[in-house]
Design a binder for this molecule. Structure first.
Ligand SMILES: *Cc1c(COP(=O)(O)O)cnc(C)c1O
Length: 392
């Protein structure tokens, strides 16, 4: 008889987005004429930029001609794309070898798959509030989870503590859901901790392109990171690839544990478990790293940043505490009048027809907080800001 992975029974049911859509559906059935303003989504709303579309079309055409046709792609990524990503890091003075870059189908896939590199006896530290997937992927693997709670006192950017003991350290900066982003000094403290303890940082850089202040975009801007970190990145939020699927992962050759190179292990893993990412999609991704591509994706990001400004201004006017918005597409606010996350959700939906995401869905310490996404429609965001001001 097959024995299933019983760790699945330890997963908590994920009610967050199910509950949100249930409540929104119920409201719209009762009030079919109301226009609901959706600030809950963690998905982009603007289409791919022109240069990416052109490059995708060219990729399709290549596949129609014998001389330019591509069959299986290298499992670790096409050279043309690995070189472009290497050069992208080079612009920030991060020197990589092209074979330290692995092309992936997206950050979520990698964040789950990469755990193949680690023994099950390792513990995983998750800074909360956090994307629930970090915790769930480790529960499935049967790992012990160390929950490190953050809050207003540390601006949702906790520092390592020598009393903590963990082997895998998740750091997401800029953060989903809080929008908080570590300084160089903050990340240096984590890198030093990891090197002292032999831990490995999994650095989720999905939102690096939203950074506008002087903060590290990559963990490899920090001295010492090459011996303790893996960076997982994605074109999803950067360039609107959520439905197109493309990401990349950086594993330095200096990352070695018990004589084993994690870079070599990952090559072995990819060649065993994948057959590479679609040629066409990699051609589309290549366009993101050209000068024209960078210019065009920044135009899209600016639309989201303008949304953020509108919402931040409204929150300032009504005196609600928040963080994020500046270097990230999320605004994380404290629910007014000591309301609970779901209580505030109900109030916004029923009174103002605004949908956001209750902080409690990102871990216990998210209770009492609330996330607005700035990926929504600009006209709806302006209207949401107007309605928010009536809360005063
Ligand atoms: C959206 C997001 C990603 C990107 O995931 P993809 O699988 O590449 O679409 C990664 N990490 C976090 C925290 C995110 O919110």
């Amino acid at each position: 008889m097959l024995v299933p992975n019983k760790n699945y029974a330890d997963l908590k049911d994920s009610y967050l987005f199910f509950n949100i859509s249930g409540k929104v559906k119920e409201y719209s059935e009762k009030h079919p004429d109301d226009h609901i303003l959706r600030l809950g989504i963690g998905d982009v709303s603007l289409p791919l930029c022109d240069t990416v579309i052109e490059s995708l079309h060219k990729g399709v055409d290549d596949q129609s001609v014998k001389e330019r046709f591509h069959g299986y792609m290298p499992e670790v990524g096409a050279d043309f794309l690995r070189e472009k990503i290497k050069a992208y890091y080079g612009k920030r003075n991060v020197v990589l070898d092209a074979d330290e870059v692995f092309v992936s189908s997206g950050a979520s896939d990698e964040l789950g798959d990469i755990l193949d590199l680690f023994d099950r006896s390792n513990s995983a530290l998750v800074i909360e509030p956090a994307d629930p997937a970090y915790v769930d992927a480790n529960i499935i693997a049967g790992r012990k989870i160390v929950h490190l709670e953050s809050g207003r006192a540390d601006n949702f950017l906790p520092m390592p503590d020598e009393k903590l003991s963990a082997d895998i350290l998740y750091i997401c900066s800029p953060n989903n859901p809080t929008g908080a982003v570590y300084t160089k000094e903050g990340l240096k403290a984590w890198v030093d901790y990891a090197n002292r303890h032999g831990s490995v940082i999994l650095f989720d850089a999905a939102y690096e392109a939203f950074i506008e202040e002087d903060r590290p975009h990559s963990i490899f801007e920090i001295e010492g990171a090459r011996t303790c970190a893996i960076e997982i990145c994605s074109l999803s939020k950067t360039a609107g690839f959520t439905g197109t699927r493309l990401g990349y992962t950086v594993i330095p050759k200096d990352l070695v544990r018990e004589g084993m190179s994690l870079n070599k292990m990952w090559v072995r893993n990819r060649t065993t478990k994948t057959n590479g990412v679609s040629y066409i999609i990699q051609r589309g991704g290549e366009a993101v790293f050209t000068d024209e591509g960078q210019k065009q994706i920044k135009e899209n990001i600016k639309v989201y940043k303008d949304n953020a400004k509108v919402l931040m201004k409204a929150l300032d006017e009504i005196g609600i505490w928040y963080c994020g918005g500046k270097n990230a597409p999320y605004i994380w606010l404290e629910c007014p009048d000591k309301m609970g996350s779901w209580e505030f959700f109900d109030l916004l939906l029923n009174k103002l027809q605004i949908v956001g995401t209750p902080g409690e869905g990102f871990g216990k310490c998210g209770e009492g907080f609330f996330r607005f996404s700035t990926f929504g429609d600009p006209a709806d965001t302006i209207e949401a800001a107007r309605r928010l001001k009536t809360l005063l």
